[in-house]
Design a protein around this ligand. Structure first.
Ligand code: HAM
Length: 417
């Protein structure tokens, strides 16, 4: 039996990588324009960070984490998301003291032991954006605008922005109590998970996707009817600014998201083209999190994009050229000259390949074709005697004799190198 990739994980093959590079380069270029800088945190952290940060009763923490005992007895977890680790790093390095307008992003793999299906993996990748220290609704609108600008830059235009406010410590506890009372009346008619959540984490019931539960959930009290005045005002201002920016959105009082740290604004972007796992991006405000994890009372807001899902939505672009010129030293003794030229051309920024196995002329022409080489350069006995190469334009099937200097000049012009 050959060994296969672990269920729920996926190789990203060379033929697929161009789209990933485009998306990642697009993120870096765009985020820089908004003042964000990259931060890289480890892929594993102490388990407690996620239990405290994300919430022990969430699906992520209660059943989806890859947790293992380290040899010294400590308990470690592969990060299921980026926010908790970034907050840990912000606190540990006092980043808010040196950077009062702290905006960071991270790109990398996340791990959740979910049931694998289309668009849902056990190792997946996120582009994650976080801004710290801003309480004003202006940053909520800016972060949402940035999220959509990123999707625009990736060519993903068919999508829907869904928005909600989940209140804060002042108003949510009373709402949750009201919700719990209402839920207790109907608990026995809900799915087993929701029946349990009525007591452990009533808000999570609003997330439920089980079809039979939907009618009951739609009749439950809505958080947006129970916001305190500051939360109501904050939300109204976020929406007003989104309108000013020309960003349409749909309100959903059920958008509570799968992580417990959110307060006030939460949002998601969905796309029908993704199928059942329709959320390409999700985020929100998490003002209490930095303090809960032992830091100062620092506001925070951000979002994460799922890269597997995003890449599946990105319109196909022409593949990156693989080879500008394929060198074919055919004559005896031609290899040495070809190796020197290969090095020189690569130093000049050109993409150069040759066949190290020195197979037949026919085989090498086939390779050049398959590699999409724009040119083949042949050094046979005649060329060697005359001190030239035959440079063949593969698409036009035209060829001429050139010196090495002429070849370099010509290739640089033709490839904008
Ligand atoms: P999240 O909604 O759990 O939020 O994940 C964000 C995105 O990651 C989802 O919209 C989805 O595209 C992708 N994703 C999540 N799970 C999977 C999976 N199993 N397979 C493939 N893609 C997946 C967070 O992670 C928050 N940390 C976002 C955030 C940042 N909030 C504030 N700052």
């Amino acid at each position: 039996m050959t060994i296969q990739a672990v269920r729920g994980t996926k190789d990203i093959l060379p033929d697929e990588i161009a789209a990933w590079h485009r998306v990642e380069a697009g993120a870096r270029a765009l985020f820089a324009r908004y003042g964000y800088r990259e931060l890289r945190t480890p892929v594993f952290e102490e388990t407690e960070l996620f239990a405290r940060g994300i919430g022990a009763e969430t699906d992520i923490v209660s059943k989806e984490m890859y947790t293992f005992a380290d040899r010294d007895g400590s308990t470690l977890t592969l990060r299921p998301e980026a926010t908790a680790g970034i907050v840990r790093a912000v606190i540990q390095h006092n980043l808010m003291n040196t950077d009062p307008a702290l905006r960071v992003y991270a790109i990398g793999p996340m791990f959740r032991r979910e049931r694998p299906q289309k668009g849902r993996y056990r190792q997946f990748h996120q582009v994650d954006v976080e801004a710290f220290g801003f309480t004003s609704p202006t940053i909520d609108a800016e972060v949402v605008e940035l999220a959509l600008a990123f999707l625009d830059a990736c060519g993903v235009t068919k999508r829907e922005l869904v928005l909600n406010s989940v209140g804060d410590q002042a108003c949510r506890p009373a709402y949750v109590e009201k919700l719990q009372q209402a839920l207790r009346q109907v608990a026995s008619s809900l799915c087993a998970d929701c029946e349990r959540r009525v007591e452990t984490n009533p808000l999570r019931v609003l997330d439920c996707k089980v079809p039979e539960d939907q009618a009951v959930i739609d009749g439950l009290p809505k958080i947006t009817d129970h916001l305190c005045e500051p939360c109501r005002d904050h939300f109204a201002e976020v929406r007003r600014q989104l309108e000013i920016l020309g960003i349409p959105h749909r309100l959903s009082h059920r958008l509570v998201r799968g992580l417990d740290y959110y307060v006030r604004t939460t949002f998601e972007v969905t796309s029908d083209a993704l199928g059942a796992q329709s959320s390409v991006l999700g985020g929100g405000r998490y003002d209490g999190l930095v303090k809960d994890l032992g830091g100062p009372d620092l506001a925070g807001i951000g979002f994460a994009v799922g890269l597997e899902r995003l890449v599946s939505l990105v319109p196909e672009a022409a593949a990156e050229p693989r080879c500008d010129v394929f060198l074919m030293p055919l004559a005896d003794g031609a290899l040495d000259q070809a190796l020197r030229l290969q090095r020189k051309l690569r130093e000049a920024g050109l993409r150069v390949l040759l066949d190290p196995e020195g197979r037949s002329f026919k085989s090498r022409m086939k390779q050049a074709d398959k590699l999409g080489a724009r040119y083949a350069a042949i050094l046979g006995d005649d060329e060697l005697a005359k001190g030239v190469w035959t440079l063949r334009d593969m698409a036009r099937s035209q060829q001429r004799a050139v010196s090495e200097e002429e070849m370099l000049k010509h290739l640089k012009e033709k490839t904008n190198g």
